[in-house]
Design a binder for this molecule. Structure first.
Ligand code: ADP
Length: 684
């Protein structure tokens, strides 16, 4: 029997393995099985070039548990190892610069294992003792038994082993007895080995017989050795892709919408299949679904640094030996291969969507709402994707027709260009709430988009930034006559006194609170439009909507909703009301109005005079005289306002008109609605 010391320059690697690799001990199984698969693949290669003759026999890799002996064994029928090879590959571990490296990557299990080829040694994370029984394929080779108890000493001797290949026997440490449980091992095998290229067998298949589960003679194979992504697209049907999707995600019942088969040889190697899942809303988003493999060995489903964030909404597999797995996450982001892979995937995804819209427009439209969130997320976060997505991102109108932005611009150009040459896109976020606005816009020959997606408000801001002279205006933000301002028409405006009479009367009847604030505006719109209606400032509303999803933008969210109550002075009802207000209030209002205009005239005069002088030449007295007159005007105005307000409390038409405007905008509820109903009955 040979005895020796494991050849590492650092005194002892075992404490290192146990300490640093502590967190992720389950990967030992992946490492041992990968070695077994490699040894089997090597044997197949040797056989294919004629270096190994004859039938290779059973090549399955077997995992077995012996509960009584507390051992877990991984057996293969691969190339095996001679004593010299064990000495070279197992005993002599190249461990130069170990200290330095270990300090640097203290927390990165994978990095340490990968860097040092410590795959085999990871077995010591969970074992008190590890044994190797191996018989090399080489002619005349003698079987070897190696064993080591987790210290730098090992024993090696000749043994008897009938079959070619290697058995690795782990004497599981009492702390890790979970690795002697069938269920633990099965779930690890399913996680890491599901698509390995060599059959992995764990126990026998079971079946139900006479009311209980019994073992059959058939091996229970864990993996599919030829997964769809390794096959040629030409050999796969639509059904095969769907089947594979469910193989990847056994608990996912929805069918995927489309798939993309990736296959790149240059300048890096990458294969894989990506699926577009149905994404209805952000709540539904299940991230980290793409599984990353390295030569069919599962590595991780955390791929944030490998593909842009929006692509993590996709499902599927990526298999690449060129993604450096054993390095830190921040390093990954700057890695050139990773960057190339990422932009390649972006391109492929965009190409696929473009292809669908070119070749099967109906399908693209039908599925648009399911992939919209994904596409928009990509457009908002990835400039390159935005450029491509321009040509396939769709907008849906209220008649459920779909357009790309360019198509839509063309459609509305004639009717919806305003006097300043801006193209005005009208939209609604809720066809029910905006029903009357949408109808009126349509009657006028305008088209209205339906933008009710979670990211739509961001998408329209982006479209406005990228397209000069393109404006999005919500259909209820003004009366239809004002939505798209055509060449200015002569408007019969009211005098300022008349406007004030109306404004003050209505202001007195509006309830302004913390949540909503109403402004009153008098405009000569059209005799056909409603006498009074509500509009909402597009900019403020959108800022509020956008900031609702963003942290640190509470400023806008805390502002009250702002509406403008437009009094349409072209409408006969408003004209009649104004005449009635005037005759009822003139006796009181006129003298005040006269005083106001006198005070204003005096104020203007004073200001004119003082403009001639420099600020520091003004005496305190002069300054005060302006302040006094300003205050006087303000007081008079307040007085005037009171006159109108007092009158308004007796004038039922005013609250009635306000309520009609609120009702049309869907904002009349609760007590206000009940009051409106009662008042209407009274007035009739
Ligand atoms: P790596 O697999 O990363 O090279 P390991 O420590 O896991 O590092 O293995 C070291 C070497 O030992 C392998 O490269 C291989 O030559 C040999 N080896 C390990 N397991 C087996 C096996 N089951 N059959 C044949 N050779 C093996």
């Amino acid at each position: 029997m040979a005895k020796g010391n494991i050849g590492v320059t650092s005194d002892n690697i075992f404490p290192v393995i146990k300490k640093f690799l502590y967190s992720d001990h389950e990967i030992f199984l992946r490492e041992l099985i990968s070695n077994a698969v490699d040894a089997t693949q090597k044997l197949k290669t040797l056989s294919s070039v004629g270096e190994v003759k004859g039938d290779l026999g059973d090549l399955k890799v077997r995992v077995t548990i012996d509960k009584a002996k507390k051992t877990l064994t991984v057996s293969d029928h691969g190339i095996g190892m001679t004593a010299e090879e064990i000495d070279k590959y197992i005993n002599q571990i190249a461990f130069s610069g170990a200290e330095e490296f270990l300090n640097k990557y203290k927390d990165k299990t994978e990095a340490i294992i990968g860097h040092f080829g410590l795959g085999f040694y990871s077995a010591f994370m969970v074992s008190d003792k590890v044994e190797i029984f191996s018989l090399s394929y080489k002619d005349g080779a003698k079987a070897v038994h190696w064993s080591c108890k987790g210290d730098p000493e090992y024993e090696m001797e000749e043994t008897i082993k009938a079959e070619r290949g290697t058995d690795i026997v782990l004497h599981i440490n009492s702390e890790f007895e979970t690795y002697l449980e069938d269920s633990t091992i099965r779930s690890l095998l399913e996680k890491y080995c599901k698509f390995l290229p060599v059959a992995i067998v764990f126990g026998k298949k079971k079946e139900w017989k006479d009311g209980r589960e019994v073992e059959t003679d058939e091996d229970d194979q864990i993996n599919d050795t030829n997964p769809a992504w390794m096959r040629k697209p030409a050999d796969l049907t639509e059904e095969d892709y769907k089947k594979f999707y469910h193989q990847l995600y056994p608990d996912q019942y929805d069918e995927p919408l489309f798939h993309i088969h990736l296959n790149v040889d240059y300048p890096f190697h990458l294969t894989g299949i990506l699926y577009f899942p149905k994404i209805k809303n952000q709540m539904d988003v299940r991230r980290h679904k793409i599984q990353l493999y390295c030569n069919q060995v599962f590595v991780t489903s955390e791929i944030d640094n490998i593909v842009p964030e929006y692509l993590t909404l996709l499902h599927g597999v990526i298999d690449s030996p060129d993604i450096p797995l054993n390095v830190s996450r921040s390093y990954l982001q700057s890695d050139q291969n990773v960057k190339k892979i990422s932009s390649h995937i972006t391109k492929k995804v965009a190409d696929k969507l473009q292809e669908i819209i070119n070749d099967d427009r109906a399908q693209a439209e039908q599925k648009w709402n399911d992939i919209k969130l994904f596409v928009q997320f990509g457009m908002l976060t990835d400039e390159k994707f935005y450029e491509r997505a321009q040509k396939f991102a769709l907008f849906e109108n209220t008649d459920h027709q779909f357009f790309t932005l360019d198509e839509y611009k063309e459609k509305i150009k004639a009717e919806q260009t305003d006097k300043d040459d801006n193209l005005i896109v009208l939209y609604t976020q809720d066809t029910d709430a905006n029903y009357s606005y949408v109808e009126r816009a349509k009657q006028k020959g305008y088209d209205v988009l339906l933008l009710n997606g979670e990211l739509d408000v961001h998408i329209i801001s982006q479209a406005e930034q990228k397209n000069e002279k393109l404006r999005f205006v919500r259909v209820d933000s003004d009366v239809v006559e004002n939505l798209i301002k055509k060449a200015s028409e002569e408007q019969k405006a009211l005098t300022e006194t008349e406007q004030n009479a109306l404004r003050y009367s209505f202001e007195g009847c509006l309830n302004n609170g913390d949540k909503t604030h109403y402004y009153v505006n008098v405009e000569s719109v059209s005799a056909d439009a409603l006498p009074v209606f509500l509009t909402q400032n597009e900019f403020m509303r959108r800022m509020k909507e956008m900031s609702a999803h963003q942290q640190g933008m509470t400023f806008y969210t805390q502002m009250p909703d702002q509406y403008t109550l437009v009094l349409n002075s072209a409408h006969p009802l408003i004209q009649q009301l104004l005449a009635d207000i005037k005759s009822a209030t003139d006796a009181e209002a006129e003298p005040i109005e006269k005083q106001i205009s006198e005070a204003e005239a005096e104020e203007n005069k004073l200001r004119e005079e003082q403009k001639q002088k420099k600020a520091d030449e003004l005496t305190e007295e002069e300054k005060k005289s302006v302040d006094d007159i300003t205050k006087k005007t303000a007081d008079l105005r307040a007085e005037l306002k009171k006159v109108y307000e007092k009158h308004a409390t007796e004038e039922k038409r005013i609250p009635q008109l306000i309520d009609v405007a609120l009702l049309a905008a869907g904002k009349l509820t609760g007590e206000s609605l009940a009051k409106f109903v009662n008042r209407t009955v009274e007035m009739m």
